[in-house]
Design a binder for this molecule. Structure first.
Ligand SMILES: [Zn+2]
Ligand SMILES: [Zn+2]
Length: 144
């Protein structure tokens, strides 16, 4: 995650114009820990940025992704989810509500690369699938 000055510098270095809307999308994403989809970002930004469109949010996320400023997170749902943490880390993915939480564990950072024929790994992220605390509690109550 980067502060506003670092964001400005990065845009300048890549010669990409930093619009208010692009900054707003990045800052909203950085401020959230729930790995939101483009739709979820749009929902929370549209009050403050009435001229913002969902298409602009998609395009901005694409631009930020190309600049290496955001990561896409694999999720069991069809929607792409986004992350302002681009350093190696891992995720706990709730299969019931789709919540994605960050996991930081140096043991997972140093997994040996798989020996798959011809495969050249560029990085990895471990995803644990299961139920988040809230969903685990709800399902325990249901079965009682
Ligand atoms: Zn859940
Ligand atoms: Zn993450």
């Amino acid at each position: 995650m980067k502060n506003r000055d670092e964001v400005r510098e990065l845009f300048k270095a890549k010669k990409v114009p930093l619009t208010h809307q692009r900054l707003a999308v990045y800052e909203e994403l950085s401020g959230r820990k729930d790995h939101p989809s483009a739709e979820a970002l749009y929902e929370s930004l549209k009050k403050d940025y009435p001229s913002l469109s969902l298409a602009t949010v998609y395009k901005t996320l694409q631009t930020l992704h190309e600049m290496g400023m955001v990561a896409r997170v694999d999720s069991p749902a069809a929607q792409a989810r986004y992350d302002a943490i681009v350093e190696t880390h891992h995720h706990a993915v709730c299969t019931a509500c789709g919540r994605i939480e960050d996991l930081f564990d140096p043991r997972l950072d140093t997994l040996p690369a798989p020996k798959a024929e011809g495969f050249v790994p560029s990085g990895h992220s471990v995803h644990f699938h299961g139920l988040c605390a809230r969903c685990a509690k709800a399902s325990a109550q249901k079965t009682r």
